[in-house]
Design a protein around this ligand. Structure first.
Ligand code: ATP
Ligand code: MG
Length: 571
């Protein structure tokens, strides 16, 4: 058999899914680049572009080139195996959805401009699905009638579109991206909790099988409340999420969610409310220095605005703390809030930030729990350049509600055991969420229970970012030379490098090895280009498959080939 016939035969061997076991670098469309792309801030973005895994089409919109697709298919296989083994069923929903459905759930407003809307030729409104709760609920409400039809667990792997404000970091935060999204439907709480537990365990298995270093953290579940939401976070310094971990127990949470137990500020001696001239001193550190009081004795009054007029809220928080926006939003029933701009503050409360006062406030006041029993402290007066000292909550100003609205930081006490909290960064790759009856109530997905009583179906939803997970794996695992793929996600398992391609005997032995490897169902990328060894090594390192096999005149003289592990560099 000629060399050509041999390679053709080897390259035509397919795995049970119809994917080739081997390919040659020449035939593989993986255009590598020597230079880093100009807009890449993250290693994963840089390396995925340089290694020819992805190409940008438009902001936040990427093409997946063949090697990337192989990697994503591997992840999808891991996902399917885990979900299918738990009885979940795969389906495929349309990407285009009538806006009408989003009006029914009330999310057309909530989603805002992130929801891509368009009209068809009949001037009817449609959206490109950013997620599929509405569509799946619509299906289920028409076809599930009785408790005998439940439980159900349905998932899909599909393209989503979210018109993110700031698409960035390559596949990490795209506008178009591929998500595995799944939904569970149960007749009672117990069943819903079981479904949740099942998916939680499945996700744990999936990310473990990917070979990722990840943590599971309690996540914010928005206005629905309850602790039934967990995020799966790949641990990486470049992650956009801040996570809190307890050094004493297993408590782990997204900082957005992390509870802060109230430590009562010692109530000091009663003092009268006194107006003090503080010319141009508006920031906490300066004010603390000016008045010679600790920052913790200052009460910051921060004005936040909702989307509608009249939804202003004044948040009171000790001077050394920051407001946790997500907790504040939850305290306000899930409103979208933002800090008022200086001019807005002036228009609403008549004074600029730094001098805003809770005394006689006309807007709603929510104080952090730490403000309760707060001793005499410092607040604004509502008048430029003046503060009050000796201010006491309740005595001098009314508080609508005390809530936990402060951001937990390094060293804060753990809400479970009182141990010390530490912070680290993570990339959210998966999210499990107990929805309850939010969508089934709004959209009328009901069934008749055992006693014939009509009840809303209890739902859960579960998502994994497919592209983001591969990007996160690279973010977590790379070095100066390139990607270091975890074996579970690597496009191929082995880079096979014959160094002297003009040596017929060497090429013959290489092909024999390739033939044997593919018979053993090993996936191999063969670099038989007529290139210098240095170039082949560079490409192999950049692509980062777990193993590199080098066949050279030198290794053959020793009767062997060289095997190098990408992760450890061990030969
Ligand atoms: P984020 O807070 O990062 O915007 P999210 O809470 O909006 O995420 P979900 O709606 O829970 O995300 O989506 C499920 C999964 O989809 C996420 O865990 C993530 O892996 C992935 N994902 C979400 N948004 C994007 C995006 N813009 N680009 C890539 N993947 C995404
Ligand atoms: Mg989002």
């Amino acid at each position: 058999m000629t060399h050509h016939d041999r390679t053709r035969r080897i390259f035509s061997k397919l795995d049970p899914r119809g994917e080739p076991y081997a390919k040659s670098v020449d035939r593989c469309f993986a255009p590598t680049l020597k230079e880093d792309p100009a807009d890449a801030e993250l290693a994963s973005h840089r390396l995925m572009t340089r290694a020819g895994l992805i190409r940008k089409l438009s902001g936040g919109i990427y093409s997946y080139l063949p090697l990337m697709l192989r990697s994503m298919r591997k992840l999808e296989r891991i996902v399917r195996a885990s979900l299918n083994s738990r009885g979940a069923e795969e389906l495929l929903l349309p990407a285009v959805q009538p806006l009408e459905l989003w009006k029914e759930s009330g999310r057309d407003k909530k989603y805002g401009p992130e929801l891509l809307r368009f009209k068809d030729r009949h001037r009817r409104d449609f959206v490109v699905g950013p997620t599929h709760e509405e569509v799946i609920t619509d299906i289920v409400r028409k076809d599930i009638r009785s408790h005998r039809d439940l439980p159900k667990n349905l998932y899909q792997i599909q393209t989503k579109f979210r018109d993110e404000t700031r698409p960035r970091f390559g596949l990490m935060r795209g506008r178009e991206f591929i998500m595995k999204d799944g939904y569970s439907f149960d007749a009672d709480e117990e069943g819903a909790n079981r479904s949740y537990r099942d998916m939680y365990e499945s996700y744990e298995e999936i990310f473990r099988n990917c070979g990722l270093n990840f943590a599971i953290v309690e996540a914010d579940s928005g206005a629905i409340g309850g602790s039934h939401s967990h995020e799966f976070m790949v641990l990486a310094d470049s992650g956009e999420n801040t996570l809190v971990f307890c050094s004493g127990c297993s408590y782990a949470a997204n900082q957005e969610k992390a509870e802060l137990v109230r430590r009562d500020a010692p109530v000091g001696e009663e003092a009268p409310l006194t107006r003090v001239h503080t010319p141009n001193v508006r920031r906490v550190p300066e004010l603390a220095a000016f008045l010679k009081v600790p920052e913790s004795r200052i009460i910051k009054s921060m004005l936040f605005l909702g989307e509608e007029k009249g939804s202003e809220v004044l948040a009171l928080i000790p001077g050394h703390r920051e407001v946790n926006l997500v907790k504040l939003e939850n305290a306000m029933g899930g409103a979208n809030l933002r800090l008022a701009e200086p001019e807005e503050a002036r228009a609403i409360v008549g004074v600029s930030m730094g001098f805003v006062t809770p005394v006689g406030a006309k807007v709603r006041v929510i104080a952090d729990n730490a403000i309760k029993n707060f001793g005499p402290g410092v607040v604004g007066t509502g008048e430029e350049d003046y503060h009050f000292t000796g201010a006491m909550p309740e005595r001098d100003f009314a508080v609508g509600e005390y809530r936990d609205i402060a951001l937990a930081v390094e060293g804060d006490p753990c809400p479970r055991c009182g141990g010390k909290l530490t912070l680290s960064k993570g990339i959210e790759v998966g999210h499990v969420f107990k929805l309850g009856t939010k969508y089934s109530e709004a959209m009328g997905a009901r069934f008749s229970d055992k006693d014939g009583v009509d009840s809303p179906i209890i739902m859960g939803c579960y998502g994994i970012g497919i592209g983001r997970t591969v990007a996160a794996a690279i973010e977590q695992s790379h070095d100066k030379d390139g990607i270091v793929f975890p074996p579970g996600l690597s496009p191929y398992e082995v880079s096979l490098l014959p160094l002297q391609t003009n040596n017929a005997d060497l090429m013959d032995k290489t092909l024999t090895l390739l033939d044997e490897l593919t018979d053993l169902e090993t996936e191999v990328l063969l670099d038989d280009r007529d290139e210098r060894p240095g170039i082949k090594f560079k490409v192999a390192d950049l692509l980062g498959f777990p193993l590199r096999l080098t066949v050279s005149e030198k290794t053959l003289a020793g009767g062997s080939v060289e095997l190098k592990e990408r992760a450890t560099g061990k030969i």
